[in-house]
Ligand binder design. Structure first.
Ligand SMILES: NC(=O)c1ccc[n+]([C@@H]2O[C@H](COP(=O)([O-])OP(=O)(O)OC[C@H]3O[C@@H](n4cnc5c(N)ncnc54)[C@H](O)[C@@H]3O)[C@@H](O)[C@H]2O)c1
Length: 365
């Protein structure tokens, strides 16, 4: 148990007052991680009293509320994280934005095309997507290999991500928005080319679920992503994840399990290998630290050093425009899976929140 500390001073010199909405499996990880950062959440919200009690036990002194509405009305918060089911994400993000509070929304940021269109209308300066793996040491190493040109021009990405069968309990019809979305986000990060066509096929071992899916993405710059995800591992095992990036001058890959990870680069100008112990450890910590530490959005940056904020958020994690692209691609994959056809995902950039942070392809007519 971590007692609630006196107001936490961020590196910008301002005070962090953070709330967590949704205290299930991952929301409690938010609470625990924030407590570890000594940015103990001042308030948490969940309609389930047992969940509120669990959060209060993780960070004593935290004020608990049965709803986000009550919490936002009673507290002066700088930031909230949303870790509820995706069907609540849009509504809760909107509530936070209306209250002028920065909000980190867990992946998938939403789970339907309608919600995605409405989320795109929210202030991108206030809404931060929770795409955690960009903060994992192993993937950061891979990104550095790629962005420093050590595999030449990127030509393709192949990923596989396996989760155990307990993931079927989430009730999703397939692993796309829960699991494959991680690789779609990593692919967009490593290869900022806009997805143009998406084709997904799946396999089912029961009558209602696709428990493995294969997605092929053709991007506007002609690169290809081939992503596989499944819920097929025996309960309690895994994860077992592999991501390989191909370029004109070499390849780089990262293999990540719970206990260890290994990275390999083989290029025209050299080669390297890296190992990590517990490669996912500290990713959530780094993500939440970056989120909490960003300057306040509404000009109340009392330390007066607002210059770092936007850049920090952009450098460290996914932008809202990127998360919209990733989610749109996974929703297209779901449509492709049910319709058994290739889906065209080339759209007008204005629909993705108007950001210019992602390069949109010129699509030949
Ligand atoms: N980035 C990652 O690696 C990662 C890992 C796990 C989960 N997640 C995401 O985190 C989110 C939560 O996942 P989970 O496994 O913790 O789910 P969960 O079902 O265990 O918990 C959801 C919690 O939200 C609460 N809730 C529902 N509606 C609410 C509302 N309106 N206000 C407040 N609380 C509400 C529920 O009572 C429940 O306690 C999902 O979007 C999931 O995809 C991300």
């Amino acid at each position: 148990m971590v007692p609630r500390a006196a107001p936490v001073v961020r590196s910008s010199g301002t005070i962090a007052a953070v709330g967590v909405i949704g205290l299930g499996r991952f929301g409690l990880e938010h609470v625990r991680t924030l407590a570890g950062l000594r940015v103990v959440p001042v308030a948490v919200a969940d309609p389930d009293p047992a969940r509120r009690a669990a959060a209060a036990a993780v960070a004593t002194g935290t004020r608990t509320y049965a709803s986000a509405e009550q919490m936002l009305a009673a507290e002066q918060l700088h930031a909230v994280t949303v870790a509820t089911q995706a069907s609540e994400h849009l509504r809760l993000a909107r509530l936070a934005v209306r209250a002028g509070v920065r909000v980190l929304v867990e992946k998938p940021i939403v789970a339907s095309a309608d919600d995605l269109a409405q989320l795109a209308e929210l202030d991108p300066g206030l809404v931060v997507p929770g795409h955690l793996l960009r903060f994992c040491h192993a993937y950061r190493w891979l990104e550095e290999i790629v962005s420093t040109g050590r595999i030449g021009d990127l030509t393709g990405i192949v990923a596989q991500r396996s989760r155990d069968r307990t993931h079927l309990e989430y009730g999703e019809p397939d692993p796309l928005l829960l699991t494959q979305i991680h690789d779609c986000d990593l692919a967009l990060w490593l290869d900022p080319s806009m997805p143009r066509e998406v084709m997904t096929i799946g396999h089912s071992s029961s009558s209602v679920q696709f428990d493995d899916v294969y997605t092929h993405v053709l991007t506007g710059s002609g690169t290809r992503w081939s992503l596989r995800a499944d819920f097929g591992l025996p309960a309690g095992t895994g994860p077992c994840d592999l991501l390989t990036v191909y370029g004109t001058h070499g390849t780089a890959s990262v293999e990540v399990g719970r206990q260890q990870g290994i990275g390999r680069w083989l290029g025209r100008d050299g080669q390297a290998q890296r190992r990590w112990h517990a490669p996912h450890e500290q990713a959530l910590e780094a993500e939440l630290a970056s989120f909490v530490d960003a300057p306040a959005p509404s000009g109340d940056d009392t330390a007066g050093d607002g210059t770092a904020g936007d850049d920090t958020a952009k450098d460290a994690g996914a932008t809202l425009a990127e998360a919209i692209t990733v989610t749109r691609t996974m929703l297209a994959a779901r449509s492709s899976l049910s319709a058994a056809e290739t889906i065209d995902v080339a759209v007008d950039p204005a629909e993705a929140g108007g950001s210019d942070s992602v390069q949109w392809p010129t699509v030949p007519s």
